[in-house]
Ligand binder design. Sequence first.
Ligand SMILES: Nc1ncnc2c1ncn2[C@@H]1O[C@H](COP(=O)(O)OP(=O)(O)O)[C@@H](O)[C@H]1O
Ligand SMILES: [Mg+2]
Length: 266
Amino acid sequence: MEKLQVAIEKARSQRQRTSPPVALKKAPERTTTLWEQLTPVSVSPRILERNRLVASTSGADSGPFDMLRTRILQQARANSWKRVALVSPHSGCGKSTTAANLAFSFERQSDLRTMILDLDLRRVGLAKILEQDCVRTMGDVLTGSVAFADHGRRLSDNVALGLNSSPVGNPAEILQSGATVEVLNAIEADFKPDIMIFDMPPLAAADDNFGFLKNTDCALLVVAAEQTSLDQIDVAERQLAELTNVMGIVLNKCLYSEGAYGYGYG
Ligand SMILES: Nc1ncnc2c1ncn2[C@@H]1O[C@H](COP(=O)(O)OP(=O)(O)O)[C@@H](O)[C@H]1O
Ligand SMILES: [Mg+2]
């Protein structure tokens, strides 16, 4: 019996010595980030020209948008704000055109991650200006039926875009829902943007802004020179001030000659 025990021990120790070591494969490192998973958009020079997208390259034309970008950043940093809504008293003031140009301007600010989300769910805005086809909407994202990671697009590596393929039913109800609060918080937690810009419907259109702006840190009022009256600006500013912080006013569609500043660069 004792001999048998010794033989078993011997066999076991030989087996241990001769059996090859178990090779544990190193788990592959996760090389793609959520940002990299977003589908890249490509905007041709013709689209840029057709749709007043002047901020794609740094220069005299992009100057006002770069200035706006920098002012937004300064105010956001000074006040610890991240979520900025673009709002206007009436439609056609140029919010979506401004949002699209800011996308290019922020793209060149490559140390920052910026998200630009089209939350004017009543019409196709940003997707039309950038001439991008998509199948879902930000309404689908906000109601949780599609993940932003599957719907969002990106310009380079640092600007994410949330576009709409079509108008959405019940926009006001979606924008003021609890699901929207949760989805936006989750997007912010997952993607960790430095700045989030929301392209909103006009204040006069419906109650969309009134239900949504509680989710923002501040709003920029975009008005159109010679189209928006002082009364409209006044009313809009007061309405905004009751809903969020007013970051400032952008006077769009301004006619001025280069000499109006007294000097020109480039
Ligand atoms: N700075 C500008 N100068 C001239 N036209 C502009 C300017 N900004 C926007 N537009 C034009 O005004 C119209 C409405 O612009 P859009 O960005 O869709 O406005 P909103 O989103 O506020 O409704 C579009 O035809 C756009 O090309
Ligand atoms: Mg718009």
